[in-house]
Design a protein around this ligand. Structure first.
Ligand code: ADP
Ligand code: ASP
Ligand code: MG
Length: 448
C-alpha cells in the first residue's frame, strides 16, 4: 500500500485537482490519499480566528464568505452533478457551523487553542471531501474518511501529538475496509481529535506528519509527499534559485534538514517512517514524471561531503550567564527545566564555562522563560538571527568541510557554532540580514 499526500498547492484550484486525479489514477491500488487544505486556506482560517478574537464580527463574516466562495468554486471541478450537489450540501453545513463558531467567539473576544483548532480544521475537512468526490466523478472510486474519526491525539491543542495505538485501531477500522473494497480512501491531513472526540490539529505543516502516521498504522510500503518542487533541494529555492535536486537522503539527513527549516517536509514526518522503516518519497505534482527525492534508512555514498543546506530565519538567541556556573553542578539542569516548564523548545545550544546560548523560534512564552531564568542568571535576548545548517552523512569523514564552509562564509559575524556527536551537521547562527548572501556563497562553494 502506498500513501500519497498532496500539499496545499497541489489542491489549490481546479487545475491542481485534475493533476491530482491523474496522479492517483496512475498509481495502482491499494493506496490512501491524504490532502492538505486548499493552498492558503489555513492562513485565512487563522486570520478569521484572529478577527473573531478582536471582536470584529463583521470582518470575520466577510472572510468566512470569501473562503466559502472559493471552496464552492473549486468544487465545480466535480463534473457529476449528484456528487457535486452532495459536496455543496456538505460545504454549506460546514461553513454555516464555522460562521456560528466565529460569531460566538467574536462576542466573547477570546479564541482558546481548542477553538483555534476547531476553526483551522475546517480547511482539511472541506478539501478532503472535495477531493474524494472529484476522484469518484473522474472514475477513480474514492471514499471520504473523516480524519477526526481516525487520527487520535492528545489534547495539546494546536500541536497535538498522535496516540499511535488508538490511531492504528481507528485506521484499521475506518480506512482498511475502504481499501479492501477496492476504493481509494481520502482523508484530510493536519486534523485529529481527542479520545473524547474534540477536534485537534497536529501543528502547522502537519499534513506530511498525518501521511506518515497513516503509513505507519497501515504498514504502507511507501509514503509519497506530493508538493510544488522537484524534491528536497540543496537549499531553500526561495533563497537560492539555483538549488539542485537531492535524489537520495537518509532518514537522519531528512530529519536534520526539516528540523532546521527545509519546509518541504514537516520535521516529525520521518519519525513514524523510521519506526516502520518505510521509504518516504518527495515528488512534484506539477512534474509527475520526475524522479523526486527518495528518503530511506541509509543511502549510497556520493563522495559529496555535504548533502544540502537548511536555514531558519528570524530566530531569537538567548544568552544565559551565571557567575556561579564556575564548577556549579546542576546549572544546565535548572536552565533547561525552565524551558521545559514553559513548553519552549530550543534548537541550537552552545556553552562555555560561564555562559550558555540557545536559539528558539517560538517566542510566545519567552517573557516568562526569561523571568524564571533571571532568578539564577543574567539573561539577554537578541532577535532577528538566523540558523544556517550544513547537513551531510559525509561531514564526519571529511576534515576539510568546516574550513571550506567558514572560508566561503566570509566576514560574517558568527553568533553561535555547533557540531554535534553524530557529526552529520554543522550549524551556524548569524544575523538574519546576512543569511541570503551567506547562504548563496556557501551553496556556491559546495554545489556549483
Ligand atoms: P506543501 O503545501 O506541498 O506542503 P510546503 O510549502 O509546505 O508545500 O513545502 C514546499 C516548499 O518548501 C517549497 O515550495 C520550497 O519553497 C520550500 N523549501 C524550503 N527549503 C526547501 C528545500 N531544501 N528543498 C525543497 N523545498 C524547500
Ligand atoms: N494546512 C495546514 C497548514 O497550512 C497543514 C499542511 O498543509 O500541512 O499548516
Ligand atoms: Mg507542507
Amino acid at each position: 500500500m502506498v500513501v500519497l499526500k498532496f500539499g496545499g498547492t497541489s489542491v489549490a484550484d481546479r487545475a491542481a485537482m485534475l493533476r491530482l486525479v491523474q496522479i492517483v489514477r496512475a498509481t495502482p491500488n491499494p493506496q490512501v490519499v491524504v490532502v492538505s487544505a486548499l493552498g492558503g486556506a489555513t492562513d485565512r482560517l487563522l486570520g478569521i480566528a484572529a478577527q473573531a478574537g478582536a471582536g470584529d464580527a463583521d470582518g470575520a463574516a466577510v472572510s468566512v464568505q470569501q473562503l466559502a466562495d472559493r471552496h464552492f468554486e473549486v468544487a465545480g471541478v466535480i463534473t457529476d452533478s449528484a456528487l457535486r450537489a452532495e459536496v455543496e450540501g456538505f460545504l454549506t453545513r460546514e461553513f454555516d457551523q464555522l460562521r456560528r463558531i466565529v460569531d460566538a467567539l467574536s462576542v466573547l473576544r477570546e479564541v482558546s487553542p481548542r477553538w483555534l483548532d476547531a476553526i483551522a480544521a475546517a480547511g482539511e475537512v472541506c478539501s478532503s471531501r472535495i477531493v474524494a468526490a472529484a476522484l469518484t466523478s473522474e472514475g477513480v472510486g474514492a471514499t471520504w474518511v473523516d480524519a477526526r474519526r481516525v487520527m487520535v491525539t492528545t489534547d495539546a491543542f494546536t500541536a497535538a501529538p498522535p496516540l499511535m495505538e488508538e490511531t492504528t485501531r481507528q485506521a484499521q477500522a475506518h480506512i482498511l475496509p475502504v481499501v479492501q473494497a477496492g476504493r481509494v480512501p481520502v482523508i484530510g491531513g493536519f486534523v485529529g481529535a481527542t479520545t473524547l472526540g474534540v477536534t485537534t490539529t497536529l501543528g502547522r505543516g502537519g499534513s506530511d506528519y498525518s501521511a506518515a502516521i497513516c503509513g505507519a498504522c497501515l504498514d504502507a510500503s511507501e509514503i509519497q509527499i506530493w508538493t510544488d518542487v522537484d524534491g528536497m533541494l540543496t537549499a531553500d529555492p526561495r533563497l537560492v534559485p539555483g538549488a539542485r535536486l537531492v535524489p537520495q537522503l537518509s532518514f537522519a539527513e531528512a530529519s536534520e534538514l526539516s528540523y532546521f527549516g527545509a519546509k518541504v517536509l514537516h520535521p516529525s514526518t520521518i519519525l513514524p517512517a523510521v519506526d516502520k522503516n518505510i521509504p518516504v518519497r518527495i515528488l512534484n505534482a506539477r512534474n509527475a514524471g520526475a524522479q523526486g527525492t527518495m528518503i530511506t534508512a541509509s543511502r549510497p555514498r556520493t563522495g559529496q561531503p555535504l548533502t544540502a543546506f537548511a536555514s531558519k530565519r528570524r530566530v531569537t538567541v538567548i544568552d544565559i550567564a551565571s557567575t556561579r556556573m564556575l564548577m556549579a553542578h546542576g546549572f544546565l539542569h535548572r536552565l533547561f527545566g525552565v524551558f521545559e516548564k514553559h513548553a519552549t523548545s530550543v534548537d541550537v545550544v552552545t556553552t562555555s564555562e560561564v555562559s550558555v546560548s540557545v536559539t528558539v523560534d517560538d517566542v510566545r512564552r519567552l517573557p516568562a522563560v526569561m523571568a524564571d531564568l533571571s532568578a539564577f542568571a543574567d539573561v539577554t535576548r537578541e532577535d532577528d538571527m538566523a540558523v544556517l545548517c550544513a547537513v551531510g552523512e559525509g561531514i564526519a569523514g571529511d576534515t576539510t568541510v568546516l574550513g571550506r564552509l567558514l572560508q566561503a562564509l566570509g566576514p560574517v559575524p558568527i553568533r553561535m557554532l555547533s557540531q554535534a556527536a553524530e557529526r552529520r551537521n554543522i550549524t551556524l547562527v548569524i544575523p538574519d540580514t546576512e543569511l541570503p548572501a551567506a547562504l548563496a556563497r556557501v551553496h556556491e562553494a559546495f554545489f556549483s
